[in-house]
Design a protein around this ligand. Structure first.
Ligand code: UDP
Length: 448
């Protein structure tokens, strides 16, 4: 019997990057490849079905800026990457392919130097990636200024307002913008370019990017039991930086009526300003709806005692939820989200209407697509005023939870749920790309 190729995957230490790549790892394993996932030692293993190598990683809190922070990761992760590749070679069973997070440009040369073929894994939307690519190519100057016009965008990207542009290209975080546009510094050298999205979701822009390089859409990279159900018991990504309050959430939801609960989460990184938190809190309370709000322990001090007391009979506040289980629960009627790409894909895959409150990076652009292109959500802040107000929050909850607007959003959300399922099911666009990727790996490994 021929030996199946061995693929090494390396992720960045952020939940939004670990999860989709870990899921992809499981998918490759389920299709017969040998896999090793390289990640950080601080993650919690939710399921132990994959060969995982941990990088002993020190989070350098003294880093003065994102460049220093990322350089620290590069130093630690690249040493480990080389060690793992050499160890495997020493055993006489070298890895065949390296899949790296697209933000780890440095991994491409390391992989090639060690005789591996290399794939780049993008954890953001194709639309956003296209904008970063245009910035990298110098098609517009970063930072983009208010009022400068966005005519440099191709017609496949229907963005005309600066508020919908990726926020990091507006000069807020110069280090971050270099990092994001730098994802394209290595694509010429990558043997494959993979995107966690699906063709039917971003058809035009996928076609536009495909005219530059051969790209493969392989998403939504979401646990199988929520889509095609081909991986038995696969209900979570498998690795988490936080411990979910799973039982508490599900028991609480079991006692609620169908479509009666608003789920609120701003992901793993966002730090909301105090007045932002206050307006969301009081707006949720004024809406009279039940809600689960994920407030990470580091953010908890921003909740007033008065709010916690007054919301106790209608709200559940948790440090971390099993988000997919929550979104899939019949009691959950809507999702107030910061529009991180994974949260966006999860809500689309589960057919849940959204209220969008984007914070930074790609979230502003994802929000535009959710509201205006896919029409599965509403903006919480629909006006041009600087801050959101509690009235905005209450109104958006009402729009998404009741009346004709809800019906429209729900119908669209269900349409995308169906498309996501099709893309990942046998013969679907993403499934086919994954199979092609594997076939190419097998061919290239046996021919060397
Ligand atoms: N998530 C979760 N429980 C929570 C909040 C978030 O499991 O209470 C997961 C969520 O399902 C998603 C990831 O964390 O897969 C967050 O990624 P996303 O890209 O949405 O946002 P980021 O954290 O990168 O800003």
């Amino acid at each position: 019997m021929t030996k199946m190729p061995h693929v090494l995957l390396i992720s960045l230490p952020f939940q939004g990057h670990i999860s989709p790549m870990m899921q992809f790892t499981k998918t490759l394993a389920s299709k017969g490849l040998q896999v090793t996932f390289l990640c950080l030692s601080s993650t919690i293993v939710l399921k132990d079905s994959i060969n995982i190598e941990y990088v002993t990683y020190k989070n350098d809190r003294k880093a003065r800026n994102p460049e220093e922070y990322m350089a620290n990761i590069e130093r630690q992760a690249s040493d480990k990457l080389v060690e793992v590749m050499e160890k495997q070679k020493g055993l006489g069973q070298p890895f065949d392919v390296l899949v790296h997070d697209s933000l780890m440009s440095w991994a491409v040369d390391l992989g090639h130097q060690h005789g591996l073929r290399v794939a780049s894994f993008f954890t953001q939307a194709c639309a956003v990636s296209t904008i970063y690519y245009l910035a990298f190519e110098g098609k517009f100057m970063v930072p983009v200024e208010e009022g400068s016009g966005l005519s440099f965008l191709p017609s496949s990207i229907p963005i005309t307002e600066i508020r919908d542009f990726p926020k990091d290209l507006l000069g807020v975080h110069p280090g971050v913008s270099d990092l994001l546009t730098g994802q394209f510094s290595h694509v010429q050298k990558d043997d494959w370019i993979l995107f966690n999205t699906f063709l039917e979701l971003e058809n035009e822009v996928v076609n536009w990017l495909s005219s530059k390089w051969k790209i493969m859409t392989i998403g939504p990279s979401v646990p199988s039991m929520f889509l095609d159900k081909r991986l038995a018991d696969d209900r979570d990504y498998g690795l988490s930086l936080f411990k979910p309050d799973g039982d508490a959430c599900i028991k609480w939801l079991d006692g609620k009526d169908s479509d009666s609960v608003v789920y609120v989460s701003f992901g793993s990184l966002a730090n909301l300003e105090q007045d932002y938190m206050d307006e969301i809190a009081w707006g949720l309370l004024d809406s009279k709806c039940s809600f689960i709000w994920v407030v990470r322990d580091t953010e908890k001090s921003k909740l007033s005692e008065k709010f916690v007391e007054e919301s106790a009979d209608r709200g559940l506040i948790v440090n971390w939820s099993p988000q997919l289980e929550v979104l899939a629960h019949k009691a959950v009627g809507s999702f107030m989200t910061h529009c991180g790409w994974n949260s966006t894909l999860e809500a689309l895959s589960l057919g849940v209407p959204m209220m969008v409150v984007p914070q930074w990076t790609d979230q502003t652009t994802n929000a535009k697509y959710i509201v205006d292109v896919w029409q599965t959500g509403v903006r919480v802040k629909a006006h041009d005023k600087e801050k959101i107000t509690r009235e905005d929050v209450t109104k958006s909850v009402k729009d998404v939870m009741e009346g004709t607007k809800r019906e429209e959003l729900k119908a669209n959300a269900l349409k995308f749920k169906e498309m996501a399922l099709e893309a990942m099911s046998e013969g679907g666009s993403s499934d086919k790309n994954i199979d092609d990727f594997i076939a190419e790996i097998v061919t290239s490994s046996t021919s060397t």
